[in-house]
Design a protein around this ligand. Structure first.
Ligand code: N01
Length: 896
C-alpha cells in the first residue's frame, strides 16, 4: 500500500500508535513550511513536528528589540509562487521580526499548512528501522511517528549556546537570551542592563536597549564589523530592477553566488586608484546592504587578504569617526579577522550608541569576565551591578540543532553524534552516509548561512522533494549517499575553503564559538549558483554518488565524486563552455593568434613589479625580441630565462605576462621572456634552437640586463616547458650556458599520444587532444618527432640541472610531464614534482583568476630560490603599498 494511503488511514492514530507518513519534517520555519507545501503537491503525506507554539522558526524565537532581517526583504522571501510574491508587500527595506513572522503565518494560512503541523512537539529520538525501512520517531507530545523519510528543517541557528560563564545561577536579577526572548516583551525602562556579546543580535538590540535602560553596559569579547542599514522604504533602484522583470530577477538570484542578484565583479583592487576604491566604498556604505559591500567593491575583496584589508581599513575609519571617545573607538575596532570572514552585522546607530552617557563598553580582551554574581558581573578589573543580563552569546550553529537536539540513529545503530565526532560529514550538505532517507535543509556542507537563506532553502527543498517523488515513481524505497561521494564532497568543501578568507577567522562558521566543538568551516563556500548546478549534475548523471534500493527493483549505485576540479577551475571551464567558442585549431594560425590576443586582453594584467624592459637579442638566425620583468627590490637579480606557452604556434614574449609578474614578485628574481619564432612559418627545430640561443645570450649578458652573473635558471609553461627542457639538454651537450635549475610547468615532453591523460582529458579542459595534434602538425613533421629537441623524453636525461616539474590532473599533457620527471629522477637528477589535483593546463598561468593556483606558484618560487641557493622567503621591499603586495603568498602561508 502506498505510504500516502497508509497515512490517510492512520493519520488520526491515537496516542501510542505511530502516525504513518511518507515524510516527517522537523521544524515549521521558512524551510519546514515550504517542505510541507512541496511534499503535498508531490502527493507525499507529511507531518511537521515543531517545538514552538506556532510557525516561524527562527522568527518565532528571536523577538529581541531590533530583531530584523539583514538581507533586503524583497530578496528574503519565497519565490516559488509568483502569485504569493505579488500578494505580499513588505513595508520596509529590512522588515522587523513581527512583520516576517506575520508573513510566515500568511504563507501557512494561504497554503493551509497548519493542518500538517504538530506544534509544541519535540522529537525526542529518531531511529532508522532497517527491516521496515522507515524512520521511527518518538515525540514529546502525542503519537510517535513512522516515516519513510526524515527531513531536518531545523535551521542553522536554533540551538542557543550556553553562556559558559560561572555564577549565572547566582544572579538575582532578570536573565534573557536574545534567541529565546519573551513573547510579551521585556520592560527595561529605568533598569541597569548588561548585554554580553557583540554579534548580530547584540548589535541590533543594543541601540534600542540603550534608549530604554537607565544604564547599559556592553561586555564585548570580539569587536565585529557593522555597517549602517539605512533602513526605510525599499530602495528605488532595487525595486525598479525587481518590478521590471520579477521572474528574471528571481532567476538571477538563483544563479548568483550569494542568492541575491548582484553582478560578479571582475576588477581587482590593485587595478583601481585610491580615489576609485574610496568612491566604490562610499557608495557601498551609503547603500546599507551587506551583500553589496561584501561583493561589489572589487573582485579580490573576499579572496585575498590585501584586497580585503583595504575594506577593513576604510570601515575602521568610519568607526573612528562615529565614536567620540578614542579608547572606546579602538576597542570597537575589529582587528583579528578579515572583513566578511566572520559574519558582519547591519546596524542602526550602533556605533553612535557608545556616545550616549548611559552606555559603557567593557573590553573583555583587557578584563575578562571572572564570574556572574548575585548582583551583577565581575571582571578582572571591576564589578558592575545590574538588574538585567541579556545574553546575546549566539548559537551552537549548523550542527547544534541537528546533532544535539535529539539522538538520531542510522543504519547499524550508528548515532549521528558519533559519526560526526570529528566534524560534520555530508554529501551536498543534504544527506549523510549511513543514514538512509535522512535529509537536511541548509545542513553543514550546503551554502546556507553564506547565502540568502530563502533562496537556498527553496533550492534544497525542491531538490529533495523532486528526488523523493522520482524515487517513489521508480519503485525505490531508500536513498543513501556512498562513502566515495561523501569523501569527495569533503574534499571539494576543503578546496572551496581555500578560495575565500572564511578559514582565517574564529567564528560560528567554523565551530570556534563553542568550547570543545570540532573546528572546521561548516557552510559551503563555493556559492549558490555553482552549488545548484552541482546538485543538478548529480541528478543528470544518474544520481551520482547515491545508492538506491527498493523491494521490486534492482539496486542502483552510480558511485563517484561529483566535483573533482578545483572550484575556480570549474567556474572558468563552465564559463568557457558557455561561450561556445569555435575550436582554436579551426581558426588557422593567424586567426588563432588574433583570438588569443583578444582573449588575453580580458584577463587581469598582473600586479605592479619594479620594471619592464623590452629589447632584442641575436638569435640563431636573426634578432629575437625579449621582455625583462624585474622585481621592485634593488638588483642585481638572479636571472630566469622564460619560455612562453602556445604550442610553438601562438603567444609571444608578453603573452605570459601575468605569470611572469607573479613569479617575479614571489621569487625576487628577474624573468627574461623570450620571443622565439613560431610555426608554421618556422617549423622544427626553430623554436628549440631559438630558445637555446637566447638562453646562451642572456646568460652571457646577464650583467648588462641588470642580473647577477653566473648560472641562470630556465623556466617555461606548456610548449615553453618543452623548450626549457630541451634548452637544458642542449646546454649540457653544447658546453653551456650553466643552468642551476629548471622549472617545467605542464611541459610537452614526448610525441606519443597514447598515455592515459591524452584520452582522459581529450576534451573539456580547454587544451584538447585535437588542439595538441594541430600544434604538432604545424610545428614538426612525423619524421622529426622523435628528435630529443622536440621530444626531450627521448633524449639523454642524466646530468641535467635539478628540476621542478608541475603537472595538472586534468591536462592531456599530464602523463608525459610525469614520465619526464620520473625519467630524470631515475637518471639521478634531483627532481621534485607538483601533481596539481583538480587543476587544468592553464591553472597556473591564469593568475588572479584561478585563485587555487596560488599555492602551486608559491612552491614553484620556492623551488627556483632553492636552485639559486637562496632562502625560501623573498623580501620584496614593497610591503607598504597595498597595490604592490602579493597577498596570495600570504594566504597560502596562512593556510598552510
Ligand atoms: O551570535 P554571534 P548572534 N563571554 O555568535 C559573544 C544570525 N543573525 O546571535 O565573537 C563573552 O554572532 C561572542 O564573542 P566572540 C547571523 O547570521 C541574523 O549575535 O565569540 N562573550 C559574540 O560577540 C549571526 O551571525 C540576524 O568572541 C561571549 C556574541 O557573543 C548569527 O545569527 C540577527 C561569550 C555572539 O555572537 C548569530 O548571531 C541576529 C562568552 N562566554 C542574528 N560567548 C539578522 O539580522 C559568546 N560571546 C537576520
Amino acid at each position: 500500500m502506498p505510504d500516502a494511503m497508509v497515512a490517510a488511514r492512520e493519520s488520526k492514530a491515537a496516542s501510542g500508535t505511530a502516525q504513518q507518513v511518507d515524510v516527517a519534517v522537523v521544524g515549521a520555519g521558512f524551510a519546514g513550511l515550504y517542505l510541507l507545501h512541496r511534499l503535498r503537491k508531490a502527493g507525499l503525506s507529511a507531518v511537521a513536528l515543531e517545538e514552538a507554539g506556532d510557525v516561524g522558526g527562527t522568527w518565532y524565537w528571536n523577538r529581541y528589540p531590533g530583531a530584523r532581517c539583514d538581507i533586503q526583504t524583497i530578496d528574503y522571501s519565497y519565490t516559488f509562487d509568483p502569485e504569493l510574491d505579488k500578494a505580499w508587500t513588505w513595508s520596509e527595506k529590512y522588515a522587523a521580526q513581527p512583520e516576517i513572522l506575520r508573513y510566515l503565518g500568511f504563507v501557512a494560512d494561504r497554503y493551509d499548512l497548519r493542518r500538517d503541523i504538530r506544534f509544541n512537539t519535540k522529537v525526542t529520538e529518531a531511529k532508522w528501522d532497517e527491516t521496515a525501512e522507515r524512520w521511527q520517531l518518538t515525540t514529546s507530545n502525542g503519537a510517535p511517528v513512522s516515516a519513510r523519510h526524515y527531513i531536518m528543517a531545523t535551521g542553522c541557528l536554533s540551538a542557543p549556546k550556553p553562556p559558559e560563564i560561572d555564577g549565572v545561577k547566582d544572579f538575582k536579577g532578570e536573565i534573557y537570551f536574545t534567541g529565546r526572548w519573551p513573547h510579551d516583551g521585556v520592560n527595561l525602562a529605568g533598569k541597569r542592563v548588561a548585554v554580553i556579546g557583540t554579534g548580530s543580535s547584540a548589535i541590533q538590540s543594543i541601540p534600542l536597549i540603550a534608549e530604554q535602560a537607565a544604564h547599559l553596559t556592553v561586555f564585548q569579547r570580539t569587536p565585529n564589523f557593522a555597517l549602517p542599514a539605512h533602513n526605510g522604504p525599499s530602495p528605488a533602484d532595487r525595486m525598479d530592477l525587481f518590478q521590471s522583470d520579477r521572474a528574471a530577477y528571481r532567476e538571477q538570484a538563483r544563479q548568483s553566488m550569494t542568492g541575491v542578484p548582484y553582478p560578479q565583479q571582475t576588477v581587482v583592487s590593485w587595478q583601481l586608484s585610491d580615489a576609485e576604491r574610496r568612491e566604490r566604498f562610499e557608495r557601498a556604505w551609503a547603500a546599507g546592504d551587506l551583500v553589496h559591500i561584501l561583493t561589489q567593491l572589487w573582485a579580490d575583496q573576499a579572496v585575498d587578504v590585501d584586497g580585503n584589508k583595504i575594506v577593513q581599513d576604510l570601515i575602521r575609519e568610519k568607526i573612528r569617526t562615529a565614536v567620540k571617545d578614542p579608547e572606546t573607538a579602538a576597542a570597537l575596532t575589529p582587528d583579528d579577522h578579515p572583513f566578511g570572514a566572520k559574519r558582519p552585522c547591519l546596524d542602526t546607530n550602533y556605533y553612535a550608541t557608545y556616545n550616549r552617557p548611559n552606555v559603557t563598553l567593557v573590553n573583555l580582551r583587557q578584563e575578562p569576565i571572572k564570574a556572574i554574581t548575585a548582583s551583577g558581573i565581575t571582571t578582572a578589573k571591576r564589578s558592575v551591578d545590574v538588574d538585567v543580563i541579556v545574553f546575546a552569546t549566539g548559537f551552537d550553529a549548523m550542527t547544534g540543532a541537528i546533532r544535539a537536539v535529539h539522538p538520531i540513529t542510522g543504519r547499524g545503530g550508528k548515532s549521528l553524534t558519533d559519526v560526526w565526532a570529528h566534524g560534520p560529514q555530508s554529501y551536498l550538505g543534504l544527506t549523510v552516509e549511513g543514514f538512509p532517507n535522512f535529509f537536511m535543509i541548509t545542513g553543514p556542507g550546503s551554502p546556507s548561512v553564506l547565502s540568502n537563506m530563502a533562496v537556498s532553502i527553496e533550492q534544497h527543498v525542491d531538490w529533495v522533494v523532486d528526488r523523493l517523488a522520482a524515487l517513489r515513481d521508480a519503485g525505490f524505497t531508500t536513498m543513501e549517499p556512498t562513502e566515495t561521494a561523501q569523501a569527495g564532497w569533503g574534499r571539494h568543501m576543503a578546496d572551496c575553503s581555500m578560495v575565500t578568507l572564511h578559514r582565517l577567522a574564529n567564528t560560528w562558521y567554523t565551530g570556534a564559538n563553542v568550547p570543545g566543538k570540532v573546528q572546521g568551516l561548516m557552510p559551503y563556500t563555493g556559492g549558490v549558483g555553482p552549488y545548484r548546478s552541482i546538485c543538478d549534475e548529480v541528478t543528470s548523471r544518474g544520481m551520482l554518488g547515491f545508492k538506491l534500493t527498493g523491494p521490486n527493483v534492482a539496486a542502483q549505485c552510480n558511485d563517484g565524486e561529483v566535483v573533482k576540479l578545483q572550484p575556480d577551475v570549474r567556474l572558468v571551464l563552465n564559463l568557457l563552455a558557455s561561450l561556445n567558442l569555435p575550436p582554436i585549431e579551426s581558426m588557422g594560425a593567424i586567426g588563432a593568434r588574433a583570438f588569443v590576443n583578444e582573449f588575453n586582453k580580458g584577463r587581469p594584467a598582473g600586479r605592479l613589479i619594479g620594471e619592464i624592459v623590452d629589447g632584442t637579442l641575436p638569435g640563431a638566425d636573426g634578432p629575437l625580441p625579449y621582455r625583462v620583468y624585474k622585481p621592485a627590490t634593488p638588483g642585481p637579480h638572479q636571472v630566469v630565462v622564460y619560455f612562453h606557452g602556445g604550442g610553438w604556434v601562438l603567444g609571444d614574449e608578453q603573452s605570459d605576462e601575468p605569470f611572469c609578474r607573479d613569479m617575479v614578485r614571489r621569487t625576487g628574481m628577474m624573468f627574461v621572456s623570450v620571443g622565439y619564432r613560431h610555426a608554421p612559418e618556422h617549423r622544427f627545430p626553430t623554436a628549440a634552437e631559438d630558445g637555446y640561443a637566447a638562453a646562451r645570450w642572456i646568460a652571457e649578458h646577464a650583467i648588462e640586463l641588470g642580473g647577477k652573473p653566473g648560472p641562470v635558471l630556465v623556466a617555461g609553461w606548456s610548449a615553453g616547458g618543452n623548450i626549457a627542457a630541451v634548452t637544458c639538454q642542449l646546454a649540457r651537450d653544447r658546453g653551456g650556458p650553466e643552468i642551476a635549475g629548471q622549472l617545467l610547468v605542464c611541459p610537452v615532453t614526448d610525441c606519443t599520444f597514447d598515455r592515459p591523460s591524452y584520452n582522459d582529458n581529450a576534451t573539456g579542459y580547454f587544451l584538447t587532444r585535437s588542439l595538441m595534434y594541430w600544434f604538432w602538425d604545424l610545428y614538426c613533421s612525423p619524421a622529426d618527432r622523435t628528435d630529443p629537441r622536440v621530444s626531450p623524453l627521448r633524449g639523454k636525461v642524466a646530468g641535467l640541472p635539478p628540476a621542478f616539474v608541475v603537472t595538472c590532473e586534468f591536462d592531456p599533457l599530464r602523463d608525459e610531464g610525469i614520465a619526464y620527471a620520473e625519467a630524470m629522477a631515475a637518471a639521478g637528477v634531483p627532481v621534485e614534482q607538483l601533481k596539481a589535483r583538480g587543476h587544468f593546463h592553464s591553472s597556473f598561468a591564469m593568475v588572479d583568476v584561478v585563485i587555487t593556483g596560488v599555492q602551486g606558484r608559491v612552491q614553484m618560487a620556492e623551488a627556483l630560490r632553492r636552485f639559486a641557493g637562496l632562502p625560501p622567503e623573498v623580501s620584496r621591499g614593497d610591503e607598504t603599498s597595498h597595490s604592490q603586495t602579493s597577498p596570495g603568498h600570504k594566504i597560502a602561508a596562512a593556510a598552510s
